[in-house]
Design a protein around this ligand. Structure first.
Ligand code: HEC
Length: 103
């Protein structure tokens, strides 16, 4: 019994962890997004929570933002532009934007 308790706790902890969200944070980190963005504070680019709040309910936002992630652009959050991110494929851009918008 002594041995079973930790593994039971571990299994419970694993069940509670939002694994897809972690996977997308890993993707965002691997694709260098986190060099300029943070989830809840502005760095070079806006906080992802602020991006999510701004576009909540905007059905056109996911496609528009995925294109912007790939091509770069500015004029929405301040004077600094986001450079293009050619290391990101279209499907990765969509996945990343869906994750950003869920923050
Ligand atoms: C070199 C810094 C930099 C990197 C790297 C970067 N961004 Fe940005 N990002 C910015 C800046 C600056 C803005 C604000 C642009 C503006 O005001 O329109 C921005 C804006 C955004 C927005 C909101 C766009 C809008 O129109 O509201 C999203 C979504 C976003 N970034 C996602 C990403 C993702 C995903 C990645 C990784 C593939 C990434 N960014 C990499 C600097 C960066």
């Amino acid at each position: 019994m002594k041995h079973r308790v930790p593994s039971l706790l571990l299994a419970t902890a694993c069940a509670l962890l939002p694994l897809p969200a972690l996977a997308d944070l890993a993707l965002a980190t691997a694709k260098n997004c986190m060099a300029c963005h943070n989830i809840d504070k502005k760095v070079v680019g806006p906080a992802y929570k602020d991006v999510a709040a701004k576009y909540r309910g905007d059905k056109a936002a996911p496609a528009r933002l995925a294109a912007k992630v790939m091509e770069g652009g500015g004029g929405v959050w301040g004077v600094v532009k986001m450079p293009s991110n050619p290391q990101v494929s279209e499907s990765e851009a969509k996945k990343l934007v869906a994750w950003v918008l869920s923050q």
